[in-house]
Design a protein around this ligand. Sequence first.
Ligand code: HPA
Ligand code: ZN
Length: 326
Amino acid sequence: MSLIDTIKKTPKAELHLHIEGSLTPELMWDLAAKHSVSLPYNSVEEIAAAYNFSDLQSFLDLYYAGAGVLIDEDDFYQLMWAYLSRCHEENIVHTEIMFDPQTHTERGIEFATFMAGFLRAMKDAEEQFGISSYLIMSFLRHLPESSAFATLEQAKPYFSDIHAVGLDSSELGHPPSKFERVFKQAKQHGFKIVAHAGEEGPASYIWEAINLLEVDRIDHGVRCQEDAELMTYLKEKQIPLTVCPLSNLKLCVIDDMKQHNILTLLEEGLLVTVNSDDPTYFGGFLNDNFIALSESLGINEEHVKALAKNSFIASFLPEDKKRQYI
Ligand code: HPA
Ligand code: ZN
């Protein structure tokens, strides 16, 4: 079997995926027409051609604007259904999906609207494809703490549908410490905790996510290598890192995929996983990320198996379900 076949056929879990970042240019175009939303593009091709970013913020500006076409329940259903159908094609059997409520509530969209669409698609995917999926509610860190608290309050009717809370958006200048109190409250409600840290931000933000937010996983975390003590800690505690190679390349965290440190981190014994982050903006879904690693870093079949195994170990699946895959 070729390596590409191994990548495609190996059952995988995806743990770092923003559902709003899986909006295809085609669906964006169709929904803009449906709702008479004007886009600064004249065609689907123009949308795709605009996806050249210099850093995280330059991406976020387009990502939040793109989400403006998502208005009614069926839009959110279609968005989720398209991603889960792609999971089926890619042999992703379990996925833990981030969504950004504030991106929608700030535009006047009700919690009930997007939650109903997401949950209906997730149920259909479980029934039709056997894919299990969990939701991670992420707070936007460029907004104030009070907005995160309000979001947690609005989510109350859906607590049983949400597995974890997370932290995303503009990292620099918005350290995890800004959200210590809201994460404490989320933890008291029994949520698992994740946070983006060490993508553009320094290793100290990873320490804050661990010590102040008490995270179960770090999203990205690739700058951990700048702190030897942190590397030792992550290895000893086996705190998972949900690494996103094509995202790091597209957002200029690295200049060349050959510079990516995921293989070094894996070989050092850290619990790293491969993920797609915002696949339609960054030029590839999960299997494309594995393929990019094979082309640039020469990962082999054993690496693919180890990374896929890590994705289940690092997941929030119950132990008996994990054991089916590890
Ligand atoms: N980093 C921070 N926030 C995000 C990202 C990311 O990679 N994708 C969507 N929101
Ligand atoms: Zn992300």
